[in-house]
Write a protein that binds this ligand. Structure first.
Ligand SMILES: [Zn+2]
Length: 421
């Protein structure tokens, strides 16, 4: 009897344990479905057995790749010609382009179809007819563009990059956001723990599979000096720019930090002890940490007015920008090829490489902004905007901004959702 009771008891226990386990499984499944983390699904192309995919590497040429697949010289010339005339493809880009070779009649047969893939949104198919003529069919893949919203907060001891990564903002988008904000903010001084920021950007899908990220559409950062907001806007002439909420151009003629995300090691000051000379003298620029060989982009569009060497600056370049501004870059290890006195440069164009030439204690970029012949603090000087809006475009921008703000409000309420464009 005692034994029977024990069995009944243990059966009861087993039953309750099973019940509990069952409930736990159900709860786990529900949790997994509800809180499923968003993952960026990359496209895994399904390559048929009869197809070989070649990724273009540095040093590859079309003829090298085609002949490696057993295609003869006459056909190579015909293919190069049809690619150029029918698809506008004149060369291959290493680490980007791919070429697929299909052999319908088995792995040892001749290539029956070649597909050049110059990126995720285009396929150029080449087939040879019985007369030996290569035909070309370029297919544009339709993009399904979605706006997504990410929000982050700076924590103690954080950098904007760390906080951005934590907020699930892709590195490429983060770099663009940094680039934009750097026109308005000094990341050394304007960033504090507790500050919040948000980004709206595009994700491109094809058949519900995410392919890549698109443009940064809106940025907001609660900086020390107040909220910095920027919106991407396409003008009537199709040119694209970023604007503040009032429609003023957010992209300035000069960048305060020419090298993206470089740390300030010495600020602009009218008096400081010189690290090499020892005595106190003004520091007429800002020093950015930059390992030897770091590419130095021009802070703005302009014309090179000096390129040379002096004892203090070492190898330096001076650029004159619109009217009243000049910039100077010092201690370079070398200059960029083809950048000489008189060369016209674009904003962001590489003009040289960082180093430690001249009076310098280690590799860095010394950067100066000169306004009307007088040195000014690159971090605080008021810089003119480029690409401002005329009255008609400004009106359009304000209407667009209102619509976008409403869309963003929806995304804020439901951060996991997206807006289809
Ligand atoms: Zn310096």
């Amino acid at each position: 009897m005692e034994k029977a009771k024990n069995i009944i008891l243990s059966r009861k226990v087993v039953r309750s344990v099973l019940w509990l386990a069952g409930i736990l499984v159900v709860v786990a499944i529900v949790l997994a479905i509800t809180f499923k983390p968003r993952t960026n699904k990359d496209v895994v192309p399904v390559v048929p057995d009869n197809t070989v995919v070649v990724s273009v590497a540095s040093g590859d040429t079309l003829s090298k790749i085609l002949s490696a697949q057993g295609i003869g010289g006459t056909d190579i010339n015909k293919i190069a010609d049809v690619l150029k005339t029918k698809a506008g493809i004149t060369g291959l880009r290493a680490d980007r382009d791919k070429i697929e070779f299909m052999r319908e009649k088995g792995p040892d047969s001749a290539v029956s179809k070649i597909t050049v893939v110059p990126g995720p949104w285009r396929r150029v198919e080449l087939t040879c007819d019985d007369g030996g003529i290569w035909n070309c069919n370029a297919i544009d893949i339709e993009r399904d563009t979605r706006l997504v919203y990410r929000q982050g907060e700076i924590l103690d001891g954080d950098s904007f990059y760390l906080a951005g990564m934590r907020a699930d903002i892709p590195a490429g988008i983060l770099a663009e956001v940094y680039d934009l904000l750097a026109f308005e903010m000094d990341f050394e001084r304007d960033v504090r723990a507790g500050q919040k920021f948000s980004v709206v950007y595009e994700e491109n899908y094809s058949d519900n599979v995410k392919i890549d990220n698109g443009a940064v559409v809106a940025v907001s950062f609660d900086a020390l000096r107040g909220n910095v907001k920027m919106y991407r806007f396409r003008k009537a002439d199709k040119s694209i720019g970023y604007y503040d909420p009032n429609g003023n151009g957010a992209i300035k003629s000069l960048k305060r930090t020419p090298i993206n995300n470089a740390k300030v090691t010495s600020s602009f000051s009218t008096r400081r002890k010189h690290p090499v000379l020892g005595f106190t003298r003004a520091h007429k620029g800002v020093d950015f940490r930059a390992p030897t060989g770091t590419p130095i982009p021009s802070a703005g569009a302009g014309r090179v007015v000096a390129r040379g060497y002096n004892r203090g600056h070492g190898n330096f370049i001076k650029i004159r920008h619109n009217g009243s501004f000049e910039t100077l870059y010092a201690h370079m290890s070398k200059f960029a090829k083809n950048v000489k006195v008189g060369t016209t440069v674009k904003q962001g164009q590489i003009i040289g490489y960082s180093g430690s030439t001249g009076l310098s204690t280690g590799p860095h970029l010394h950067y100066e902004i000169i306004k009307d012949g007088k040195h000014v603090n690159p971090m605080t000087v008021k810089l003119p905007a480029i690409n401002n809006l005329d009255a008609v475009n400004k009106q359009k921008f304000l209407e667009y901004r209102e619509t976008l703000d409403k869309a963003i409000e929806e995304l804020v309420k439901n951060p996991k959702s997206f807006i289809q464009m």
